[in-house]
Design a protein around this ligand. Structure first.
Ligand SMILES: Cc1ncc(COP(=O)(O)O)c(C=O)c1O
Length: 400
């Protein structure tokens, strides 16, 4: 250990690149829906690794499945088959509108896979049919392709040249999308609920009309469900809430309860444009990640987890709406679906978030004025009561 610097924070700041604006909290362990820091302080976790740890901490089935897989074998190349990967692919395909899946390791990678597949599709129709429309205020990840797709300049500064032929329409504004479509458009990419952008749900009508627009113009519709997918909104996939099927979906975050994983799924009309050698990932579909994903999907599909997300999510939303009435000078709006909720504030959320942390509740911001509630999907009404009581205590203090 470095003798001059002793704390985890100091050592991290010395040795790890300065890309994260971190909060002064060193996490040591988790239990249920709680995290503990190095000093033994306990936090109710409504961040869940940013909508990742859907089963919380210490889920026995998850630990057992991942440990057993580690005993069997930790990794094999994708030049061979492995059963955990096949099992998860089968569950995902049989419970969705898609025909095939490609496994990778993160949300951004699932976006890259989708961008490549869309260009393969477009260019096979007509050379130069490679334009992709994405949305302003979106977030799709940090690789160069994903950051180009992200319709927010603040993330793109200093990275020129970005990927060519990506254009930005207005979310929930059909006319602005229509204006960008031409014979070279191969795909439209969007989130079903803009997460990082401030928990902004798509209008049902907008999604339906974009679907029609894509059908009329032979354009692929891609939903980035990296944050909304895998039960977060009370359905396995958020598109099910809208009855609008995309051609391609991007998944990651909650899929393996914190083991790095990503997936890009597609209907056959798109999937058939990938042939051996077109795309690959050394770790994609790794058996350890897949053994974790299988437990998550089993819990979601066979257990009562989705029902819990809907019931507890509705309860949390109702409680937050009560606070909106009580504190109209601070809370402007409460929105979202299931356990992906946002509270829009008229003051900077960072003060509220930091006060909540001091009082044992972890929350995270989104956009410039929204506080996000994305807890583990297993939380109970009692956990919500605890969170809301801390949140209100902080609002009361700030409101004075
Ligand atoms: C909607 C969406 N897409 C893509 C990403 C990127 O995922 P990752 O950080 O796993 O690359 C995120 C991450 O927050 C996201 O919210």
């Amino acid at each position: 250990m470095n003798k001059l610097l002793s704390s985890t924070k100091e050592l991290s700041d010395k040795y790890i690149m300065n890309t994260y604006k971190r909060l002064p909290l060193v996490i040591e362990k988790g239990e249920g829906v709680y995290l503990f820091d190095e000093d033994g302080n306990k936090f109710l976790d409504f961040v869940a690794g940013i909508a990742v740890n859907c089963l919380g901490y210490g889920n026995k089935k998850f630990i057992e499945a991942v440990s057993s897989q580690l005993e069997l074998f930790n990794h094999c190349s994708n030049i061979y088959y492995n059963k955990p990967q096949t099992d998860v692919a089968e569950i995902l395909v049989e419970n969705s509108c898609f025909d095939k899946v490609f496994f990778c390791n993160s949300g951004a990678e699932s976006i890259e896979a989708a961008l490549k597949l869309c260009r393969k599709f477009g260019n096979s129709k007509k050379e130069g049919c490679n334009e992709i429309i994405t949305m302003k205020n979106s977030f799709h990840g940090r690789t160069l392709g994903a950051i180009t797709a992200t319709g927010q300049e603040k993330y793109q500064k200093g990275l020129d040249p970005l990927l060519p032929n990506i254009f930005y329409g207005e979310y929930n504004n059909l006319e602005s999308i229509k204006a960008l479509i031409n014979e070279n458009t191969c795909a439209i990419l969007m989130e079903v609920i803009q997460g990082e952008g401030g928990v902004i749900p798509a209008d049902k009508e907008f999604l339906e009309q974009v679907r029609t627009l894509c059908d009329e113009n032979d354009i692929l519709l891609v939903f980035d469900e990296v944050q909304t997918g895998i039960g977060r909104t009370g359905k396995l996939f958020a598109y099910e809430n809208y009855n609008v099927e995309p051609d391609i979906i991007c998944l990651a975050k909650g899929l393996a309860n914190g083991i790095p994983v990503g997936a890009m799924m597609a209907k056959e009309k798109a999937a058939k444009y990938f042939s051996p050698g077109d795309h690959a990932s050394t770790f994609g579909g790794n058996p350890i990640a897949m053994s974790g994903a299988k437990v998550v999907l089993d819990e979601i599909i066979n257990q009562k987890l989705l029902q819990n997300v809907r019931q507890v999510g509705d309860y949390l939303k109702a409680e937050l709406k009560v606070l909106k009435i009580k504190y109209p000078d601070i809370i402007q709006d409460v929105r979202g679906l299931g356990l992906m909720l946002g509270v829009e504030c008229s003051i900077s959320p960072s003060e509220i978030i930091s006060e909540c942390q001091k009082n044992g509740l972890l929350l995270i911001g989104a956009g410039h004025n929204v506080i996000r509630f994305v807890p583990p999907l297993v939380i109970s009404k009692a956990d919500v009561d605890e969170a809301v009581s801390v949140f209100e205590k902080v609002l009361m203090k700030i409101n004075k």
